[in-house]
Design a binder for this molecule. Structure first.
Ligand code: NAD
Ligand code: TYD
Length: 336
C-alpha cells in the first residue's frame, strides 16, 4: 500500500508512522508535515532511514504541494492527522485552525478524489460533540455541538469529509477519539505539562476547580484503532475510539505527583479556560463490535509508563522547552 500520512511529526502521527513503518515493510509511507511548533523530526528519528519511509516538508493547505505528491505517488490511502490541536491556542488565535483544519482537510480530500484514492481516514476528536453533563456518553449519532474554535474547526472538517463521501462517493472514514496520552506529547498539553513542571518543582496550573472529566486513551491504542479503520472500516462511517478510563483532571494530576514523589502543594488553581468543556465520554461499542478493537493498556499502567518516559527522556523535552528542537530540520537537511 502507498500511504500518505499527514502530520506524522506530531504526537499521535509520529506514533502511527513509527508503528506503520516498522510493522508494514511492504508499504510505502510518505509523511507530509509542515513542521509547525508541534512538529518535531526527532519524534520519527528512529524510522528516518527506513527504506519504506519518506518525509516531505509541506503544508496540507498548499494545493500545489499536495497535488504534486498525489501525482508522484498515486496513494492508495490517506490518514490525515495534520492539524492545529491545542484548545488554548485556538482561543488565542483561531485563524490558523481554520486554515489547516478546514482548508487543509478539503485540499487533501479534493486531491484524493481527483486521484482515485481508495481510502481516506480523517482523524477527528470527541471534542466535536461538545460538553456532557454528569451522565451518558457520546455515540456516533450524537449531533455535533463544538464549543471551542479548535473543536469547531474539527467539526467543520468532519462535515466536509462526509460531504465528499455523499456528493462524490469518496470512500472516507472518520475516527473520533478521546484524550490521548503517551510518549512524545508536546508539553503544552495537560499530562506532559504537569509532569515536566513537577520535575522542575514549578507550579501546576489547574484550570478552575480541576473537576473537569476526560477519558484517557494510550496513543498506541488509538493508532491500533486507526489501522483497523484503515483496513476494515466501512466507507462513510464514523468510529468513536475510547470509552475507558474517565477521570477528573485533579485525580490524574495527584497520581502523577505521587509517582514522582512531589507534594500536592505544587498544585495552583488558576483562572478557568473560557468555554471549558466539563466532561467528555464516548460510547465506542461500534468499533469494538464491527472491527474487534480493544484497548490493550490500562490507565494505571499507561500513566506510570508515560510519566517514567518523561523522567527518562529529559533531553527530548528540554530541547522543546529551550526551542532547540526547531533547528533539527536545518541540521538534518540544511536550510531549504
Ligand atoms: P500535534 O499538535 O502533536 O501534531 C500536529 C502535527 O501536524 C504536527 O507535526 C504539525 O507540524 C503538523 N501540522 C500542523 N499544521 C500542518 C499543516 N498545515 N500541514 C502539514 N502538517 C501540519 O497533534 P496530535 O495531538 O498528534 O493530534 C493529531 C490529530 O489527532 C489531530 O487531528 C487532532 O485533532 C487529533 N486528536 C488528538 C487527540 C489528542 O488527545 N491529542 C485526541 C483525538 C484526536
Ligand atoms: P488538554 O491537554 O489541553 O486537552 P483538551 O483540552 O483537548 O481536553 O487539557 C486536558 C484537561 O486539562 C482540560 O480539562 C484542560 C485541563 N488543563 C489544565 O487544567 N491546565 C493546563 O495547563 C492545561 C494545558 C490543561
Amino acid at each position: 500500500m502507498k500511504l500518505l500520512v499527514t502530520g506524522g511529526c506530531g504526537f499521535i502521527g509520529s506514533e502511527y508512522v513509527r508503528r506503520r513503518v516498522t510493522r508494514n515493510p511492504g508499504d510505502l509511507i510518505v509523511n507530509l508535515d509542515a513542521l509547525t511548533y508541534a512538529g518535531n523530526l526527532e519524534n520519527v528519528a528512529s524510522v528516518a532511514s527506513a527504506p519504506n519511509y519518506i518525509f516531505v516538508h509541506g503544508d496540507i493547505a498548499d494545493a500545489n504541494v499536495v497535488n504534486r505528491l498525489f501525482e508522484e505517488y498515486r496513494f492508495d490511502a490517506v490518514v490525515n492527522f495534520a492539524a492545529e490541536s491545542h484548545v488554548d491556542r485556538s482561543i488565542e488565535n483561531p485563524q490558523v485552525f481554520l486554515r489547516t483544519n478546514i482548508l487543509g482537510t478539503q485540499t487533501l480530500l479534493h486531491a484524493a478524489l481527483n486521484h482515485g484514492t481508495s481510502r481516506f481516514v480523517q482523524v477527528s476528536t470527541d471534542e466535536v460533540y461538545g460538553s456532557l453533563g454528569p451522565e451518558g456518553a457520546f455515540t456516533e449519532e450524537t449531533p455535533l455541538s463544538p464549543r471551542s474554535p479548535y473543536s469547531a474547526s474539527k467539526a467543520a472538517a468532519d462535515h466536509l469529509v462526509m460531504a465528499y463521501h455523499h456528493t462524490y462517493g469518496l470512500p472516507v472514514c472518520i475516527t473520533r477519539c478521546s484524550n490521548n496520552y503517551g510518549p512524545y506529547q508536546f508539553p503544552e498539553k495537560m499530562l506532559p505539562l504537569m509532569t515536566i513542571n513537577a520535575l522542575k518543582d514549578a507550579p501546576l496550573p489547574v484550570y478552575g476547580d480541576g473537576m473537569q472529566r476526560r477519558e484517557w486513551l494510550h496513543v498506541s491504542d488509538h493508532c491500533a484503532a486507526i489501522d483497523l479503520v484503515l483496513e476494515g472500516g466501512r466507507p462513510g462511517e464514523v468510529y468513536n475510539v475510547g470509552g475507558v478510563n474517565e477521570r477528573p483532571n485533579l485525580e490524574v494530576i495527584r497520581a502523577l505527583l505521587k509517582q514522582l514523589g512531589k507534594p500536592e502543594t505544587l498544585i495552583r488553581h488558576v483562572k478557568d479556560r473560557p468555554g471549558h468543556d466539563r466532561r467528555y465520554a464516548l460510547d465506542a461499542s461500534k468499533i469494538r463490535k464491527e472491527l474487534g478493537w480493544e484497548p490493550a493498556i490500562s490507565f494505571d499502567d499507561g500513566l506510570r509508563a508515560t510519566v517514567q518516559w518523561y523522567v527518562d527522556n529529559r533531553d527530548w523535552w528540554e530541547k522543546i522547552v529551550s526551542g532547540e528542537y526547531r533547528t533539527y530540520y536545518e541540521r538534518m537537511y540544511g536550510n531549504r
